[in-house]
Design a protein around this ligand. Structure first.
Ligand code: ADP
Ligand code: MG
Length: 623
């Protein structure tokens, strides 16, 4: 066996394996360079999703004839001031992207600086440097990087490339992240002569919409937090706007797009209470902190970072996002209302002459009593529906129902778990909120309510379920958690290092009602919260361990408790198909207004859909 130094081209190819995985990685590295060079306009062109050709043109500072050959040498960079790895404010710093790309593809660099008569061009093909030539390709300062025949010099890599569609998706995702990180820069992307993205210089708010679409923008809640050292700003979406994947979650640390486990998990925990298991909220969040607090150099592609104080970052992310989700915002995802209107528009014949019957029916199902609900019926007066303040309607309704000014609603009929037996008493004098007053109940399941300029269709079961859940949660927060000592303690036979992990969070577990203790050479669970007495304890403890092994503080106990609470809530709530009296409906609405997050049930389905007067005018072609 002989040990020998590898030839430089092989070293570059090996290193390229880490940095350049697919066309998306090429695009990422070159766009990062363009941003680092201070560009304000970036044009990206792709052929075969970048497999056969990528061109990226910027209007940044450019490179001089003397610098160009250095740019393609490994470990040559202009970006680490004072040779201090913890003072990096640029996206690049490893000095290996261009060298790597040159090693595995045909790379051409055209670059021109301000006030130069012409630019220069340098080509590297499969690691071989060509002589530099003058270039007229650029009219002004900037750089144009062209990459042809990716991986032609390392054909084995070609086999790992996916379909054009899959590569394009990956590339667009990279571009989206970078475009979100720099709204002050215009981005245009052309693939196979089709414009894939055309974002002008704009505010972050507009950029979010340009890149992630109108739906994201309309359902976004702004986030802003600032203290002496850190800021967190951006947007998270309302809980009813959720997805099966976390692909709509965008994080930036000091303006660098990152995919960081800690940030994902903090977000997940912040949302956990508001969206169903396995669904994901969407976000675009920018964290800024002193550069010494974060190590960017933990991943060749620089997408992971390491925080000096992970707990501080996690707590900040969690509390700020949760605070915003918890705020009594009252909307469900806007696309729901739009979808409803679109549905009716489709279903209703456009200019049907046959609307002679006073009882119009939608798609053959329902007969809608228009304007003459039981409210008005009792007094015999005929209230015209018009744009008065809802309180006005409310008082006229109240007068006509003088028999019961106080409505009682039993939000839950608890089975096995006596968490709370509170009866909520509601005084009908209380102010009518945004949900307005109930007008009718349909199919003994849906409540139609009218506000000032909007009307709502409320899913009574979904709404009641959420309310019950919120009330149970409140009860849990206010009372001490009731703890159930186990008659036969659960023995956990675990290796010593795993026992140590659990013992390390003993105090936190005990706060949640889970008492653990050593027992000989094993660990035992002595008590659990009463609510969890029927869960598989050993399974839960192993789940907790799994989380701890991955470095995340476990939220299992919390999760299990909430899961349990929501199940009870679901069973104990007003069912579908139950006739409700007007006071009951009204009480339900007033409670919904009082509780944040009533816009959805615990399974993340909306509990009401909002439609406007304008929607109605549109439907009847009055607009
Ligand atoms: P890094 O970005 O880590 O420094 P790269 O291999 O990506 O390493 O680039 C090497 C150097 O080439 C950069 O440090 C920069 O000085 C120069 N460079 C690359 N692309 C551009 C560009 N688009 N505009 C100006 N300079 C560039
Ligand atoms: Mg770079």
């Amino acid at each position: 066996m002989t040990i020998r130094m590898l030839p430089p081209h092989l070293i570059n190819q090996i290193a390229a394996g880490e940095v350049i995985e697919r066309p998306a990685s090429v695009v990422k590295e070159i766009v990062e360079n363009a941003l680092d060079a201070g560009s304000t306009d970036i044009l990206i062109e792709l052929r075969d999703s970048g497999k056969s050709f990528i061109s990226i043109k910027d209007n940044g500072a450019g490179m001089s004839a003397a610098q160009l050959p250095l740019a393609v040498i490994r470990h040559a960079t202009s970006k680490i001031p004072d040779n201090d790895l913890f003072k990096i404010s640029s996206l690049g710093f490893r000095g290996e992207a261009l060298a790597s790309i040159g090693a595995i593809a045909r790379l051409s660099l055209h670059s021109r600086q301000h006030n130069q008569e012409h630019g220069w061009c340098l080509c590297v093909h499969g690691g071989e440097l060509m002589p530099m030539t003058p270039s007229m390709q650029l009219k002004d300062q900037g750089t144009c990087v062209e990459v042809a025949d990716l991986f032609y010099a390392t054909p084995a890599r070609l086999k790992f490339m996916k379909s054009n569609a899959a590569e394009m998706t990956a590339t667009m995702e990279v571009i989206h992240r970078l475009a979100l990180s720099a709204p002050h820069v215009s981005f245009k992307v052309i693939a196979q002569d089709k414009v894939m993205l055309n974002a002008v210089k704009e505010s972050l708010e507009h950029r979010v919409t340009s890149v992630l679409g109108k739906n994201f923008g309309e359902n976004a809640l702004p986030i802003f937090f600032e203290n002496d050292v850190m800021t967190l700003k951006g947007f998270v979406t309302v809980p009813t706007y959720n997805h099966s994947q976390s692909t709509q979650q965008f994080f930036f640390v000091n303006e660098r797009p990152v995919k960081d486990k800690l940030l994902y998990s903090a977000l997940k925990i912040a949302y956990q209470d508001y969206i169903p298991h396995g669904r994901h909220g969407a976000c675009c969040l920018f964290l800024t902190l002193p550069s010494e607090w974060v190590d960017m150099n933990v991943h060749p592609a620089k997408v992971e970072v390491r925080f000096q104080q992970p707990q501080t970052v996690r707590d900040l992310m969690y509390s700020v996002v949760k605070g915003s989700l918890k705020a009594p915002h009252t909307s469900t995802s806007t696309h729901l209302g739009e979808a409803a209107v679109a549905y009716f528009e489709k279903t209703l014949p456009h200019s049907s002459p046959s609307f002679s019957s006073p009882n119009m029916s939608f798609s053959g199902h329902a007969t809608l009593p228009i304007n003459e609900g039981p409210i008005h019926g009792t007094s015999g007066r005929n209230h015209r529906v018009s744009a008065h303040a809802p309180t006005h309607f409310y008082s006229s309704w109240k007068n006509s129902n003088s028999s019961s000014n106080v409505a009682k609603i039993m939000p839950m009929a608890l089975g096995e778990d006596p968490v709370s037996t509170a009866t909520v008493t509601l005084d009908l004098e209380q102010n009518v909120g945004f949900l307005g007053i109930p007008k009718a109940q349909l199919f003994e399941s849906y409540i139609i309510t009218q506000g000032e300029n909007d009307f709502f269709i409320v899913d009574q079961h979904a709404a009641a379920e959420r309310l019950t859940y919120e009330q149970l949660k409140l009860a849990r927060e206010n009372q001490e958690i009731t703890v159930q000592p186990l008659l036969i303690p659960e023995i956990l036979a675990l290796p010593i290092h795993e026992q140590a992990l659990l013992l390390g969070v003993r105090e936190e577990l005990s706060h949640l009602g889970v008492e653990i203790d050593t027992f000989g050479k094993d660990l035992v669970v002595r008590s659990v919260p009463t609510l969890l007495k029927n869960v598989n304890i050993s399974e839960m403890m192993h789940d907790i361990l799994e989380d701890l092994r991955h470095g995340d503080y476990s939220t299992r106990v919390e999760e299990k408790l909430l899961e349990k609470l929501s199940r009870i809530a679901c069973h104990g709530s007003i069912r579908f198909g139950r006739a409700l009296s007007m006071p009951e409906m009204s009480a339900l609405l007033r409670q919904m207004e009082a509780f944040p997050l009533s816009a959805q049930c615990n399974h993340g389905r909306p509990s009401f859909i909002k439609l406007s007067r304008t929607d109605l005018s549109k439907l009847f072609e009055r607009a």
